[in-house]
Write a protein that binds this ligand. Structure first.
Ligand SMILES: [Ca+2]
Ligand SMILES: [Ca+2]
Length: 315
C-alpha cells in the first residue's frame, strides 16, 4: 500500500518537478552565460585553495576587510552628502600587517564610470545614453558599432539596431551558439559574450565602464576626463581634463556647481550628473605566508542603510 501511495505521489509531482528542473536549468544557463569569466576564475581559485591551507584564513580576512569597508562607506554617507576623491574611502592605504601576512585593498566609486546598463531603460534603448556611449567609444578610438551591438544585447526585443546591431540571430550562428541576454548585464565581464568586444576592446574600455543593477547618474567628482567628455555633448577631452584639474583643487559641491563651471556653449542636463555615489567596487588582497587570496565585491549603500554586497568573487 505504502509503495503504491508513494508511487502515485511521485507521479503526481513529476510534471512539477520537470518544470522546476527546466527553470533551474534556465537560471543556470543564464548564470553561466553571464559569468563565464567569473566561474573560470572561481574554479581556479578553488583549486588553489585546496593546495594551500593558508587560503581559508586568507578568505576570512577578505571578509573581515569587506566588513571594514562597509563601516567606512556607511560612516561616509552619515557624515557627508558629497562624494569626491579626497575622502577617506578613496585613499589607497598601505597594506595592513596581519598575523604572518598583510591585508591590502582599495575602494573605487562605480558612478565615476559609464554604467553600461543605462543604455536600456524599461527594455528599450535610451537614445541619449547610446549617444553618450558612442562618444566614450570615440574618445577611446573604438568603433561606434560596439554601442549598437551592446544595446541589442541588453534591450528586450530581438530587432537588430539599424546601424550594426546584433541580436540572437547573430549569436545562434556561432559555435557554440547562444542567445542574446536581452536583459541588463550582471557584470561588465559579460561583455566578452557580445559581438566585437574582444580582449583588446575590453582592456581599453575596462577602466571607464561598469554594469550596475539600476540606472545611475555620473558622479562628476570621480569620473575620469574620458567619462566626462562622453557624458557632456560637445565637451572635448582637453576641456574635460581641465575640469578634472579644477576639482582636484576644489571638488564640485553640487550638480549646479559643476554646470556653473562649464565653459559657455556646453549644456548638460542635471538629470545626467550627480556629486554623490551609491555603488562601490572593493578589491582586497590578503597574503598569509605563501598563500594569497584576492577578492572583489560590488557594494551599494541605499539611503542610511548598511551597505549591502550585490556580488563578490574571488580571483
Ligand atoms: Ca535585444
Ligand atoms: Ca534590439
Amino acid at each position: 500500500m505504502r509503495h503504491t501511495g508513494s508511487g502515485t505521489a511521485a507521479a503526481a509531482s513529476r510534471p512539477e518537478k520537470g518544470v522546476a528542473i527546466v527553470l533551474a536549468m534556465g537560471v543556470a544557463a543564464m548564470a553561466a552565460m553571464a559569468a563565464t569569466a567569473i566561474m573560470v576564475t572561481q574554479s581556479t581559485w578553488m583549486r588553489q585553495r585546496e593546495l594551500s591551507a593558508g587560503h581559508a584564513q586568507a578568505q576570512v580576512l577578505v571578509q573581515t576587510g569587506l566588513d571594514w569597508v562597509r563601516v567606512v562607506l556607511s560612516e561616509d554617507r552619515r557624515t557627508t552628502a558629497v562624494d569626491h576623491l579626497g575622502e577617506p574611502w578613496a585613499l589607497r592605504l598601505a597594506p595592513v600587517p596581519v598575523e604572518q601576512g598583510e591585508l591590502a585593498g582599495y575602494i573605487e566609486d562605480q558612478q565615476g564610470r559609464f554604467n553600461l546598463n543605462n543604455l536600456v531603460s524599461g527594455g528599450k534603448v535610451s537614445p541619449s545614453h547610446l549617444a553618450q556611449f558612442k562618444r566614450l567609444l570615440a574618445v577611446l578610438e573604438l568603433p561606434a558599432e560596439l554601442a549598437e551591438a551592446l544595446a541589442d544585447w541588453i534591450d528586450a526585443d530581438s530587432e537588430p539596431q539599424p546601424l550594426g546591431g546584433a541580436e540572437s540571430e547573430y549569436y545562434l550562428a556561432l559555435d557554440p551558439p547562444y542567445l542574446a541576454a536581452n536583459r541588463p548585464l550582471v557584470d561588465a565581464s559579460e561583455l566578452a559574450l557580445v559581438r566585437g568586444f574582444d580582449d583588446v576592446v575590453r582592456a581599453r574600455l575596462g577602466p571607464f565602464v561598469t554594469a550596475l543593477p539600476r540606472s545611475t547618474l555620473v558622479n562628476v567628482n570621480t569620473a575620469p576626463a574620458e567619462v566626462l567628455a562622453a557624458t557632456i555633448e560637445g565637451m572635448d577631452l582637453d576641456v574635460a581634463r581641465g575640469l578634472v584639474a579644477q576639482r582636484e583643487r576644489a571638488y564640485f559641491r553640487s550638480a549646479d556647481d559643476f554646470i556653473s563651471r562649464l565653459t559657455r556653449g556646453l549644456a548638460v542636463s542635471p538629470g545626467n550628473i550627480s556629486v554623490r555615489s551609491d555603488y562601490f567596487l572593493v578589491t582586497m588582497r590578503v597574503t598569509i605566508g605563501e598563500a594569497q587570496a584576492r577578492g572583489t565585491a560590488l557594494l551599494v549603500r541605499d539611503g542610511a542603510a548598511w551597505p549591502t554586497v550585490i556580488w563578490r568573487k574571488y580571483l
